[in-house]
Design a protein around this ligand. Structure first.
Ligand SMILES: Nc1ncnc2c1ncn2[C@@H]1O[C@H](COP(=O)(O)OP(=O)(O)O)[C@@H](O)[C@H]1O
Ligand SMILES: [Mg+2]
Length: 250
């Protein structure tokens, strides 16, 4: 297991957003977390990246405890996250955006060394070009990001994660707000980057995406995991169908 979440709880005032969450992610797998709105999915992800500190429980990543770590320490330990709304630099070009985390990785978080040796710069740049190619962004490399579509921005954000060489990639609704065509495109890209062997945890509301990507699905409802298994078993689980009644549909 690359990620082990055990007994995690988090309250917001009187509300139990997370209640004894147990979840293990196998190295190299794509693990989806689904569940109705308000189930606690984003809160759980925020616990993994250090934005929220759980009240109870433990989170272990690759032999290292994540509890009490700052977001940048967690990032340096090998966890990258694609946010629900893209966090990118709108006034810069696609290439400039990708070069920022690429250099940060080499020099430590956000300490960018402009005097870096030319050969190093060249290697980093070549890798960035390669990743942009993989994500179909090569022809937009010199475009200013603000002028691009939402789908392009999300792909850029993914590229910014990949240049960091994460061991674990967390994706919170990567297809939110996308057209069907862009969604299908993203699924294909995620499959392509699966070949890099990066473990992925993906929160997703689009069942088409979940069932075409995930090896394992965990279903959350009311702050806890109510079912877990391969996609086919999850689809026919009566507990899961019940959790979705009145809300989203499987
Ligand atoms: N910072 C916060 N303060 C208070 N309540 C919150 C906060 N973040 C989330 N919640 C509440 O916790 C519950 C779980 O939210 P969330 O993790 O965003 O669910 P999901 O991502 O599954 O839709 C919801 O009832 C939400 O309103
Ligand atoms: Mg959410």
């Amino acid at each position: 297991m690359i990620l082990s979440i055990s007994g995690v709880g988090k309250r917001f005032g009187g509300l139990k957003a997370l209640d004894n969450v147990n979840l293990n992610v196998k190295k190299g797998s794509v693990h989806a977390i689904i569940g109705p709105n308000g189930a606690g999915k984003s809160t759980l992800l925020n616990c993994l990246v250090g934005r929220i500190v759980p009240d109870q429980g433990t989170v272990g990543f690759d032999g290292y405890s994540l509890l009490g770590r700052q977001p940048h320490e967690i990032n340096q330990a090998g966890i990258a996250r694609v946010f629900q709304t893209p966090e990118i630099f709108g006034e810069l070009t696609v290439m400039q955006n990708v070069m920022i985390p690429a250099f940060a990785r080499k020099d430590g978080a956000f300490r960018i060394n402009v005097w870096k040796r030319a050969t190093d710069r060249k290697a980093v740049r070549e890798e960035a070009e390669h990743i942009l190619e993989d994500l179909n962004l090569s022809d937009k490399r010199d475009q200013v990001v603000n002028s691009m579509s939402r789908g392009d921005k999300r792909r850029l954000e993914l590229a910014m994660c990949l240049v960091q060489h994460p061991k674990l990639l967390l994706l919170d609704e990567p297809t939110a707000g996308m057209s069907r065509a862009d969604t299908n495109n993203t699924v294909e890209l995620l499959k392509k980057i699966a070949e890099r062997g990066i473990t992925k945890v993906i929160i997703e509301h689009d069942m088409h995406v979940v069932f075409s990507l995930a090896d394992t699905v965990s279903v959350m409802a009311q702050g806890t995991v109510i079912a877990e298994g391969p996609p086919e078993a999850i689809k026919s689980d009566p507990k899961v169908q019940e959790a979705y009644l009145g809300g989203a549909h499987l």
